[in-house]
Design a protein around this ligand. Structure first.
Ligand code: 1CP
Length: 345
């Protein structure tokens, strides 16, 4: 047993409670983050190693979570492939999305120096973080990254141009997915050299295409990235949001843990997927916007039975926190997970 409940759980060591952290735990609800945002743009926070490290550790100090996730964004991979990215009120926007396919695909050339600031931030986080806090590195999975690169924004949440390209020009789609995958492997494995304890691959848009298409055309790229990271002895959490019953295809060959959204109960998911794979999730983050903590507590209590029987489980939300979640509720959840009677034998 170590001093990190998060790392022990990932290594299969039984602990008295599940570890707890949240997707988007730094950059959405924390007053300390919002204060920093008054002085700095999101890009400035992300690209200045000292500031990115500071933001990464805010939820550890302010919420008491068991893990810190690097403060960055999945879209820095397209940026390092030469695409021009802006973060606006309406979300991320690319100047030249890959709609006029032919010439633009050949213009995607990896420039690894654009990722250097992340490695510097990791070194600072590693130096400053409490010993018991696990450090999570991440990148976007190839399909989700592809969706933003082709669509160019997140206003159209059906990503219809990206899906059209996938069917209409399969060769071009393959070329783009290859370029994303190659750079993601370099990026992820370099993060492992800078001391991350675990790596999460975010496939936030897995649910946009039929499972068979996902399994046949996308999963091989996912496997290449997760295999490269696991070769460094770093455990991998794969989050295929919206995959539904397709979770049965996500086995221990692909990842150590699967992140689960709120669609199914964890008990059902447990029977649907590889018993060797751990699970992470799946509290509905929208419940964190309600006013009554008694209702919140009742929803949390629904996890007690699963958590008493399943030791390979990390408590998290089924998707990221959003600005309307109250910080008091988020803190309430952390304290609840830490103090609940888990009755683990
Ligand atoms: O705590 C944290 O905030 C962690 C750092 C983090 C992570 C892990 C950010 C900061 N982004 C991400 C991942 C990310 N980014 C994903 C995968 C996870 C998920 O599905 O939530 C995706 C799809 C993105 C793309 C992105 N970047 C969006 C989503 C747009 C959409 O499709 O709805 C947005 C709004 C951004 C900008 C962004 N990234 C992160 C922050 C804090 C922000 C907001 C910037 C700001 O205006 O303050």
């Amino acid at each position: 047993m170590s001093n990190s409940i998060f790392i022990d759980t990932l290594q299969g060591i039984k602990r008295e409670r599940p570890p707890v952290w949240f997707m988007r735990q730094a950059g959405r609800v924390l007053p300390s983050y919002l204060k920093l945002r008054e002085k700095h743009s999101f890009k400035e926070l992300m690209e200045t190693p000292e500031l990115a490290a500071e933001v990464t550790l805010l939820p550890v100090h302010d919420l008491g979570v068991d893990a810190a996730i690097l403060f960055s964004d999945i879209l820095i991979i397209p940026e390092a492939l030469g695409m021009n990215l802006k973060f606006t009120e309406k979300g991320p926007i690319f100047d030249n999305p890959l709609r006029e396919i032919k010439n633009q695909v050949s213009s995607l050339v990896a420039d690894s120096s654009k990722l250097e600031h992340v490695y510097k931030a990791l070194d600072i986080i590693k130096r400053d973080k409490p010993a018991e806090t696990a450090l999570i590195g991440f990148c976007g999975a190839p399909f989700t990254t592809f969706c933003y690169m082709v669509e160019g924004n997140s206003v159209n949440h059906s990503f219809s141009n990206a899906i059209k390209l996938l069917y209409n020009h399969p060769k071009v789609a393959t070329e783009i997915l290859e370029k994303i995958t190659e750079l993601s492997i370099e990026y992820a494995t370099t993060q492992t050299k800078h001391g991350i304890d675990v790596f999460q691959l975010f496939e936030s848009h897995a649910g946009l295409i039929p499972t068979e298409v996902y399994v046949e055309r996308i999963l091989p790229y996912v496997k290449r990235i997760t295999a490269a990271v696991r070769k460094t002895n770093t455990p991998v959490i794969f989050f295929p949001k919206g995959i539904g019953a397709g979770i049965s295809y996500i086995n221990h060959e692909i990842a150590d843990y699967a992140g689960i959204d709120w669609q199914y109960s964890l008990t059902d998911v447990r029977t649907m997927c590889d018993p060797k794979m751990g699970l992470q999730g799946n509290f509905d983050p929208r419940i964190l916007a309600i006013d009554d903590q008694e209702i919140l507590e009742k929803e949390l209590e629904k996890f007690l039975d699963f958590g008493s029987k399943n030791h390979n489980w990390i408590f998290n939300t089924g998707h990221g926190l959003s600005p309307d979640n109250s910080v008091e509720n988020v803190k309430f959840v952390v304290d609840w997970v830490k103090n609940a009677e888990w009755r683990r034998s």
